[in-house]
Design a protein around this ligand. Sequence first.
Ligand code: HDE
Length: 692
Amino acid sequence: MTKPPKTAQTAGGETHQSAEDLGVDALTTNHGVPISDNQNSLKSGTRGPTLLEDFVLREKIFHFDHERIPERIVHARGSGAHGVFEATDDISDLSKAAVFTKGEKTEVFVRFSTVAGGAGSVDTPRDVRGFAVKFYTREGNWDLVGNNIPVFFIQDALKFPDLVHAVKMEADRGYPQAGSAHDTFWDWASLMPETTHMLMWAMSDRTLPRSFRTMEGFGVHTFKLVNAAGKASFVKFHWKPRLGLQSTIWDEALKLQAADNDYHRRDLFEAIDTGDYPQWDLGIQVFDEAFANAQPYDVLDATKLIPEDDVPVRLIGTLTLNRNVDNFFAETEQVAFLPSNIPPGIDFSNDPLLQGRLFSYLDTQNSRLGTTNFHQIPINAPRCPFGNFQRDGKMQTKVPKGRANYEPNSLADHGEDGGPRESPAIGFSTVNAATGTDESGDKLRVRSESFSDHYSQARLFYRSQTEAEQAHIASSFVFELSKVGLLEQVPGRMVSNLLNVDEDLAKRVAAGLNIPLPMKAPAAKEPIDMEPSDALSIHKNMKATLEGRAVGVLITDGTDADELAAIVEKVRKAKGKAVIVAPKVGGAKLSDGTQQKADGQLAGTPSQIFDAVGIILSEDGCAAMLKEGAAVEFVMNAFGHLKAIGANDAAQPLLDKAGVVPDDGVTGLDSKFVKAAAQRFYAREPSVRTLA
Ligand code: HDE
């Protein structure tokens, strides 16, 4: 809070007391004038009109009226956190960037986001997640502005506004607020075969992450690393979550929207707040031009990935998020990521999507943050010294001294400060290595022939999934295309594209929609079969650990105190979080007469927010729960969402009423439960819902 000046002597010699002298933090106007009354506006008489003279009122309302800034055109809803990146491997042979010096610790700020929804939308729609990292390196900021999917919908930046218009709420009706299950998205996507690969990812459980902490991140584009000798290599960046991959399933994601709109934001904040710091390893796939030229796809095409089996991911550092923001607006809202922020040692490739981004982000910050001086906002300012001759502009907060605002200058010859100078030895210089593309310089509005295969990698993705994952993909296409209302031509057109990916998938989707199988769409280039890759599956990259997972334990009056204590201890020992749920938040009276407080009230703490549930009831408690819809749903949804259920004998009638059928995931409260709680039981799924 701004403090008014200290005690001062007036010309007449009397002393004025400041608020500080009175031992209070004075509330002042923005210009430092102490405010005596923050409850009442200035009126003419006790019941008269408010006076224009009231500068306290006017300033307060004026500022309030302008508290909001335009939300991001995409990725409006996000959650951010501070952290540190530590380089753990020596890659000086590949890059001279200081951020990669083994042992170097660099401060970072990370913002995760959904793409289509507005800032106030929900956390769990089916949507791509942004994974943007700002490294405040000692050679300037490096912003790796990626997503949780390694490829993108389009190949050329010119199509981005069309993609975004099609996926965001429809222009006339203003809905849906988030998510792609509507006419205009599928109309556009089905007319754009290059979207097919990313659509496979979007329709998979990748777009339903369990937590930001359990998703991968990708730089998407091919970048370059440049070493001290100026030698360039191609590189793809990956973030690998230490907790392994985990996703929810669609019914659960839908129910999470009802249970907690802030599910991911809360999860991230609470994890950091309790010292359970999320971590990712930074991985690189490095390759040279000879490799690039030998692939059946173009490494400059952002709709293509490089299979990890072809170029293994090498881990070179660790990201730890260890501090929540102090203020959401000042930090998470005002952070401005720029893919064009890049330090010496890293460089761009000619990916036409990346090239377009280099302009867009700088431009958008001006309309969002209102000034070209947005880099001076604390969350955006480099941590290393920085300076140049750019001057003035709105919201200029720096007060440069002297006359040096141009370059070259000879002011130093005159004993004045001449200002900073360019430094060829350490400064960023664009690497001139060939990139395998036509760089003849002819002006051509074309798409390279090498970008024309839209289906091989979509097929690769589908065929790399487990059976359960394939069923989820087919079912998502059915769900989304079933939401296409007025444009009857769209679902068939989409299925005709899918016939190029995999005939079985196309048939499943057509059957799920109950439409005839259309003719295969002509492909610009016939797809080829690529070797399936385990890295593309979530299920093959999950970790059977309770770390980062939460177990909801339902109790009632009469619950056995020892049984409860034992299960809480087991979960805690396995590094999980036990959350006690009871009909009343004040808790329940346990068998030993003690009052056990609850972490959540049953009606507001449904099982979809947990990874597994324990049900520990007394006989009377169970009888009461049989008449409690929220208790029946607690169990029924845990079962339907393929989670482990550990229950004591007295809870059996509730399990029966909820339709629980014994399987490996339904256990007693022994250590079998703790093991089961770290998994999902996908084999159960065909018995609880019809999948395409
Ligand atoms: Fe973005 N994107 N994007 N994007 N993007 C924005 O920048 C844009 C693309 C991504 O947490 C905007 O500051 C164009 C790919 C993330 O603040 C905007 C193109 C990838 C974020 C913009 C793309 C991304 C954004 C909106 C095609 C993954 C959120 C506000 C050429 C590699 C960053 C803003 C944050 C945000 C433009 C394509 C990721 C409008 C023109 C590909 C994670 O400038």
